[in-house]
Design a protein around this ligand. Structure first.
Ligand code: GLN
Length: 195
């Protein structure tokens, strides 16, 4: 039974915990560096990436998270979590940093105010049928995908909204709020493979 953590500094932590528990994972909330040592995978929730960035520094979590990621710990980030996993961010607040790991450039709050939030059905080849009902809430877009990263899902117009690189997975949208479990299953598969 995989033991995974959800970074619980800010954001939609409980939604992720519910999905992961429904998939029979053992789930811990992670706020301290020593709590990282007990887990085999980490979810970075949706929320506000600049706040999670700041809190990760004041809780002494930034460097331990980067070290865990560099040591191969599987991680899954949704929305703000995707931003945190990106190597480069556009339209961050002044001084905003990411943990990095995904060879991509993301633009924070990339959808204009008229479509601040929207829902759509996505074809995700890796997951097959049915399509993914995707909820976007002040979502980021993946504007550039580097050589090491792989596109997992795009909007009809080709804009990239989900990527994967090794044991890292990121989605602009929030499967944790719609009952969609397949992205968390991919994450748990990576956790089992790494453990
Ligand atoms: N706009 C938020 C950010 O910059 C992300 C929103 C979300 O996670 N739903 O982090």
């Amino acid at each position: 039974r995989p033991h995974v953590g959800v970074l619980a500094l800010q954001g939609d932590v409980r939604e992720h915990v519910a999905v992961l528990r429904a998939l029979d994972a053992e789930v811990s909330l992670v706020r301290r560096p020593e709590e990282l040592a007990a887990i085999d995978g980490l979810v970075l929730p949706g929320g506000e990436s600049s706040v999670i960035d700041k809190l990760s520094r004041s809780f002494g979590m930034r460097d331990p998270i980067i070290a865990a990621r560099e040591a191969g710990m599987p991680m899954y980030g949704t929305c703000a979590g995707l931003i945190l996993l990106a190597d480069q961010i556009l339209d961050g607040i002044a001084g905003q940093r990411t943990f990095g790991g995904l060879d991509v450039v993301v633009r924070r709050n990339a959808f204009g105010s008229q479509v601040d939030s929207f829902e759509t059905d996505l074809e995700v080849p890796k997951l097959g049928a049915p399509q993914v009902h995707a909820v976007f809430i002040r979502a980021p877009l993946v504007e550039e995908v580097g050589e090491r990263a792989e596109v997992v899902a795009s909007l009809d117009d080709g804009r990239v909204v989900a990527v994967r690189q090794g044991a890292l997975l990121g989605t602009s949208f929030h499967p944790e709020v719609t009952g969609e479990t397949r992205f968390h299953e991919l994450f748990l598969r990576a956790v089992r493979a790494a453990a």
